[in-house]
Design a protein around this ligand. Sequence first.
Ligand SMILES: *[C@@H]1O[C@H](CO)[C@@H](O)[C@H](O)[C@H]1NC(C)=O
Length: 104
Amino acid sequence: MQLITVITLFASLTVSYAAIVRGRVPCPDGHQTGDVLYLPNCVRFKCRSTDYIYESCGTLGYDITTCYYVKTNATANYPECCNAKFYCLGDADFDPAYLDYPAQ
Ligand SMILES: *[C@@H]1O[C@H](CO)[C@@H](O)[C@H](O)[C@H]1NC(C)=O
C-alpha cells in the first residue's frame, strides 16, 4: 500500500488535496479493470489492469487555532468534494465561531 498526498493551490484561498491508497490486483469484491465507483466520504475507487486505487481528500496541515476551511461542495463526487476554501484570522470574511480549537 502506498499513500501519496498531493496539494494543489489553484487560487489564493482555495485548495484541492488528495490521498491515494493503492493495492495489488486482483481488485476487491470481483471488480474488473475499468470499474470506477464513487463511495461515501468523498472516495473514488478505480480498478485498473495493474492495480487498484482509492482516492480521497487526504489531510491538510494548517494552524487550527487561527484558520478553518469550508468545503465548497461536500455532496459532489471526488475530486470536487475535496475542494475547500480557507478562512484565517484577519480575513474580512473570517468568522471565529467556525474555529474548532480557538486559541485561549
Ligand atoms: C455540488 O455537486 C453536485 C454534484 O456534482 C451538483 O449537482 C451540485 O449542483 C453542486 N452544488 C453546488 C452548490 O455547486
